[in-house]
Design a binder for this molecule. Structure first.
Ligand SMILES: [Ca+2]
Ligand SMILES: [Ca+2]
Ligand SMILES: [Ca+2]
Length: 135
């Protein structure tokens, strides 16, 4: 009887762990979208993407001069994204440069051109490079 109970307990624990792992994997996939989807319609529109990007920009601009230099962007924006955003090549990215890149990547990620980036669009390479500018 004891053995049965123990086996059952072990099985329940296993299922519990598997359940938790499944849940956290599912949550990890949609956490980003949920964070940015402020009107909770299940997709990210350009305004939502831009406001997430603005929040990131403001957070990175640690000396509050309205631009992000390479030092401030370190680790948060890839070198490639930084170079791409810095259209006037002055070595810093200002907010409009940043938001322009966000808009370009948003449009690239919106493969069905419905004006929003859905969960599945967010998982594409274009969606991921958009996401990298928002978080
Ligand atoms: Ca939305
Ligand atoms: Ca610049
Ligand atoms: Ca779309």
């Amino acid at each position: 009887m004891m053995t049965m109970t123990r086996k059952l307990a072990a099985a329940v624990t296993m299922i519990g762990i598997a359940g938790l792992a499944g849940l956290s994997a599912a949550q990890a996939a949609s956490t980003d979208l949920k964070t940015w989807d402020t009107d909770h319609d299940g997709t990210i529109d350009l305004a939502e993407a831009k406001s997430a990007a603005e929040a990131k920009f403001t957070g990175l601009d640690s000396d509050h001069d309205g631009t992000i230099d390479r030092k401030e962007s370190h680790g948060a924006i890839s070198k490639r994204s930084f170079a791409k955003a810095d259209v006037d090549k002055d070595g810093t990215v200002d907010k409009s440069e940043y938001l322009n890149l966000v808009e370009a990547r948003f449009n690239a990620a919106d493969t069905d051109h419905d004006g929003t980036v859905s969960e599945s669009e967010l998982k594409t390479p274009a969606g991921k490079s958009l996401a990298s500018l928002l978080k």
